[in-house]
Design a protein around this ligand. Structure first.
Ligand SMILES: C[S@@+](CC[C@H](N)C(=O)[O-])C[C@H]1O[C@@H](n2cnc3c(N)ncnc32)[C@H](O)[C@@H]1O
Length: 344
């Protein structure tokens, strides 16, 4: 039974101490944190799939090999309090929207929640060490979690797809290059937008390319879309083709600024006379998500960082392009798209 007298006295003391707002905010923050931690651990240890159908804690322990059912019950209770799980007697099943989507195999949400424990906490947990180490040394998330990084960037797909479709409809390109294609999502958007276009995709991460090839074959576009594993700079350098459209989507931030200009110049030398370059990127400063991504990039070994939007524009003009369209693709984020063509 609630002791209203003690509760009111506690509230009065809290008010007297004069720090109500920060305390209330901290409590609210920890609710979001617990939800994120619960769902991240559920993804990491593949627990929710079992809870699509109702199971007791003992059955779940048996299914997952958990030898400490008390701890498992405590973990399940966190899910119940969050509303992500439903409990009837000692039987549990998924109930919240996020948990149901994860249990159903939602690709983006799975990568998102796995990334929290795998690499999003890293730069904060190791900040002291990272602040003391040399630029160029740091974490290797980009290599270790390439698959999840490619999947997490799918959050932007509806916004980018619209720009890609419109660009293809206006240019009617014969040959397109999707440089740093990741999961190949935009390679597929281009192929679906035009019935005869040929698309090459290239990405550094071989495992990502293998999955992307499978996806392309499944959608029946394998004959017009070819995906290659490799460094886009080397690939472009060796390429004998000219492209009507080159897309650099969500990846220019992996290159340091001088290298970006080099990349734009190299692309320019591989464009047809009427060819265009499409660059899409989160930029910084401008939002919490952008600042967080910029910190994560700068904490990697290497020289990755988000571009400033002014630098992005001036790098394109400095590399011999005329910017023909500049768009903010997501109203709440400094997430931009540039269409550019070679000068003159
Ligand atoms: C955030 S993902 C974006 C993938 C895709 N363009 C999209 O928007 O969904 C960035 C991709 O760029 C790739 N990448 C980074 N540097 C690269 C390079 N030098 N050559 C080829 N791919 C590169 C990474 O392997 C990763 O798959």
């Amino acid at each position: 039974m609630t002791s209203w007298r003690d509760a009111l006295s506690g509230v009065a003391d809290t008010v007297r101490q004069g720090r109500v707002a920060p305390k209330a905010l901290a409590v609210l923050d920890s609710r979001s944190l617990v939800r994120a931690l619960f769902l991240s651990s559920a993804v990491r240890f593949e627990l929710l799939q079992h809870l699509v159908t109702e199971h007791s804690a003992d059955e779940l322990a048996e299914l997952t090999g958990a030898s400490n059912p008390d701890r498992l019950r405590a973990w399940l209770q966190v899910g119940v309090e969050l509303g992500e799980l439903r409990r009837r007697d000692d039987r549990y099943r998924v109930s919240g929207r996020r948990a149901r989507a994860l249990a159903g195999g939602d690709e983006f949400l799975t990568a998102h929640y796995r990334s929290i424990l795998e690499y999003q906490v890293g730069p904060y947990a190791e900040l002291d060490e990272l602040l003391r180490s040399d630029a160029g040394t740091g974490r290797d998330d980009l290599d270790r979690y390439a698959d999840d990084i490619a999947r997490v960037s799918l959050a932007a797909t509806p916004f980018v797809s619209s720009l890609v479709r419109r660009t293809v409809a206006q240019l009617h390109p014969t040959r397109v290059l999707d440089a740093g294609c990741g999961s190949g999502v935009y390679t597929r958007v281009v192929l679906e937008a035009d019935p005869v276009v040929l698309v090459d995709g290239v990405d550094l991460a071989e495992s990502v390319i293998i999955d992307a090839r499978e996806e392309l074959a499944k959608t029946g576009h394998g004959d017009r879309g070819r995906l290659h594993a490799g460094d886009m700079l080397e690939w472009l350098d060796r390429s004998k083709h000219r492209f009507d459209l080159v897309m650099l989507l969500n990846n220019v931030y992996y290159f340091e600024r001088a290298q970006r200009r080099e990349l734009y110049r190299l692309v320019r030398s591989r464009l047809t006379a009427a060819g265009q370059l499409l660059v899409v990127s989160m930029t910084s400063p401008g939002s919490i998500a952008a600042a967080h991504l910029d910190l994560m990039l700068r904490c990697q070994s290497g020289t990755a960082s988000l571009p400033d939007v002014l630098d992005l524009r001036s790098d394109l003009t400095g590399a011999g392009y005329e910017v023909i369209e500049e768009l903010r693709l997501v109203p709440t984020e400094p997430f931009v798209g540039f269409r550019a063509r070679p000068h003159g």
